[in-house]
Design a protein around this ligand. Structure first.
Ligand code: PBG
Ligand code: ZN
Length: 328
């Protein structure tokens, strides 16, 4: 394409005032773009702030609707549920307990806030005693194929409880296909899958593991989550999950992976979600608390960058504040 040159073309003409800038703005940001992660736990009267994530809480079921209604009032219509279960075991069996904490949360939100869209994270790490995302072999290796059945049980259980969408985050091979088949067989062919297709083994998940009590008790997740050095493989992972029936794909984390986000969006042409993860949130909060950055401007700039890079939706702990700022 041939662009004009000075003095015929003066780019500053279209930056002269907010109304001129609005005319040529390429990217939009609104509360409709946000998915808010919610941590639900058993018990009553709990609204416990996560120390490394100021402003984010673990809530008990009796406190859940206050949180949901606050979101709806702000125009945020999507939640991503994570559970802190009452008990854990080797295989994470509370993940598919009909009366598990996430299952109960789904029923409550369905009954009391029908306009909220419920996405359930599906993984084993919150539910296993060892904190890994699947079933362990004797030598501590996460057994891929044995884990698929557990994930499928969990997904069907969430669907029965009223989840609108299932989001597997475990990074086992073949899990989208296995979950799709299990959902279909149980009569849930209308429930879409948002796959955490392109999920890196990242240090930015640190604060989340406090929030969800899901740190591995030994080792790390590099034998199943992706190597941060790989972009081409990230695109390949997205195609792999699309072929197995994913309705949306994801790049996680977001900020250090905007190049991958752009590629996944452009090369697959599929609806793509960015996960603005816990460590990204905590860094901003910490700097803002010190007065070192202008939190509002930084957050909106970061979220805009994810949209510009190709995100159709953003999972973000900033959702409430960002929605409030956008409506001002
Ligand atoms: C569970 C899961 C994790 C996150 C979302 N789902 C943690 C992990 O893989 O260790 C991270 C979210 C965040 O950091 O905000 N598999
Ligand atoms: Zn996990």
């Amino acid at each position: 394409m041939q662009y004009g040159s000075f003095p015929a073309y003066r780019p500053r003409r279209m930056r002269d005032g907010e109304l001129a800038r609005t005319m040529i703005r390429e990217t939009g940001l609104s509360a409709d773009d946000f998915i808010y992660p919610l941590f639900v736990k058993p018990g009553t009267g709990c609204r416990d702030e996560i120390p490394s994530m100021p402003g984010v809480y673990q809530v008990s079921l009796d406190m859940l609707m206050a949180e949901v209604n606050e979101l709806l009032d702000l125009g945020v219509h999507y939640v991503l549920l994570f559970g802190i279960p009452a008990s854990k075991d080797e295989v994470g069996s509370s993940a598919w307990d009909e009366h598990g904490v996430v299952q109960e949360a789904c029923r409550i939100i369905r009954a009391e806030a029908p306009s909220m869209y419920i996405i359930c994270d599906v993984c084993m790490c919150e539910y296993t005693s060892h904190g890994h995302c699947g079933k362990l072999d004797e030598d501590g290796y996460v057994n891929n194929d044995a884990t698929l059945e557990l994930l499928s049980n969990e997904a069907v259980s969430m669907a029965r409880a009223g989840a609108h969408m299932i989001a597997p985050s475990d990074m086992m091979d073949g899990r989208v296909g296995a979950i799709r088949a299990a959902l279909d067989e149980a009569g849930f062919e209308r429930i879409p899958i948002l796959s955490y297709s392109t999920k890196y083994a990242s240090a930015f998940y640190g604060p989340f593991r406090d929030a969800a009590d899901s740190s591995p008790s030994f080792g790390d997740r590099r034998a199943y989550q992706m190597d941060p050095a790989n972009a081409q493989e990230g695109v390949r992972e997205a195609f792999y999950d699309i072929a197995e029936g994913a309705d949306m794909v994801m790049v996680k984390p977001a900020l250090s992976y905007l190049d991958v986000l752009r590629r996944v969006k452009s090369e697959t042409g599929f609806p793509t979600v960015a996960y603005n993860v816990s460590g990204e949130y905590s860094m901003v909060k910490a700097a803002a608390a010190q007065g070192w950055i202008d939190e509002k401007r930084v957050v909106l700039e970061l979220l805009m960058s994810m949209k510009r890079a190709g995100a159709d939706m953003i999972i973000t702990y900033h959702a409430k504040e960002a929605a409030r700022w956008l409506s001002e």
